[in-house]
Ligand binder design. Structure first.
Ligand code: C2E
Ligand code: CA
Ligand code: CA
Ligand code: CA
Length: 276
């Protein structure tokens, strides 16, 4: 009936403005969080599959919210991407991860690397290449010790534009990883042209290994493809010794997952690097 329609409409409008208000609140909170330095990075070990040696870490963003406690990225990155705050946050992440890496190098762990995740908005942002050059220079880092991770989906959204950006990043000497590989729809033709160094097999293909024959076949195919294109292949989400052995046996170059360590605060990661 008409009255029901009107009620529905009113309800809809009310909920829309509540949602809009929530978004505005989050934007305000994210700005405050930057100002109050509530963001922190945790570091998860990346391990050489064959030697078991920790080669570096992936920096993962956390928000120490004054009321909500530790907030994980899935809860605020999508919104920060929508309202644009991710560009500013992402620049902070890049600077902070490199500052931290510099400390580890000064403590004697000179061959370690750090990987930083890029959001789609950041990836398309014109200041990115300059920001990378600046941060490398400021911290006096060898560019090969920095990896930028961009998801397959972001890299393929506008493949021609991505190739140009990745080429510029590649020219700075840093390394590029294609993250969450296998969840997007890469054209093999584009993959061939992407100036990348690393493919990261999405956790979703690792979870049910070694017993899932489908996932085993997919992982084998990604390994064959990656190695044919001269890329290092990394498996993420490795939680069991059985997965570690299986993936190493298939020829994965690096492994990452709770088996080797959860993401942890920087001082704890340093302890992990320093044999006692
Ligand atoms: P990602 O880049 O794919 O990162 C891997 C995620 O898997 C992390 O979740 C990590 O804690 C989790 N993980 C690692 N090993 C295991 C495991 O063995 N088992 C399970 N179940 N999970 C594991 P986290 O830290 O919650 O991050 C989620 C996503 O948020 C990341 O996925 C990345 O896309 C995004 N993200 C994190 N930090 C940043 C950042 O600084 N900037 C941007 N743009 N995105 C970020
Ligand atoms: Ca990543
Ligand atoms: Ca990933
Ligand atoms: Ca992911």
């Amino acid at each position: 009936s008409k009255s029901l329609g009107q009620n529905t409409y009113c309800f809809f409008q009310a909920s829309m403005s509540a949602n809009a208000q929530q978004q505005l609140q989050l934007l305000h909170d994210l700005r405050m969080a930057m100002e109050r330095r509530e963001f922190v990075l945790h570091y998860q070990a990346k391990v050489d599959a064959h030697s078991g040696i920790i080669t570096g870490a992936e920096a993962l963003l956390r928000w120490h919210h004054p009321v909500r406690g530790l907030v994980f990225p899935d809860e605020f990155i999508p919104a920060a991407e929508k309202n644009g705050m991710i560009v500013q946050i992402g620049e902070w992440v890049l600077g902070e991860a490199c500052r931290q890496l510099c400390i580890w190098h000064e403590k004697g762990h000179r061959d370690k690397s750090v990987a930083v995740n890029l959001s789609g908005l950041q990836f398309g942002h014109t200041g990115l290449v300059q920001a990378v050059c600046d941060v490398l220079q400021r911290n006096n880092l060898d560019p090969r010790h920095l990896t930028l991770e961009v998801t397959e989906t972001v890299a393929m959204r506008d493949a021609d534009a991505s190739i140009l950006i990745l080429q510029q990043l590649n020219d700075t000497g840093i390394r590029i990883a294609i993250d969450d590989f296998g969840t997007g729809y890469s054209s093999l033709l584009y993959l061939k042209r992407l100036p990348a160094h690393e493919l990261k097999i999405d956790r979703g293909f690792v979870r049910e290994l070694p017993h899932s024959t489908e996932d085993a076949a997919i992982v084998s195919a990604i390994l064959a493809l990656g190695h044919t294109l001269n890329l290092k292949v990394v498996a993420e989400g490795v939680e069991t010794v059985a997965q570690q052995q299986f993936l190493t046996g298939l020829g994965c170059d690096s492994l990452q997952g709770y088996l080797f360590g959860r993401p942890m605060p920087p001082d704890q990661f340093l302890e992990m690097l320093t044999p006692s």
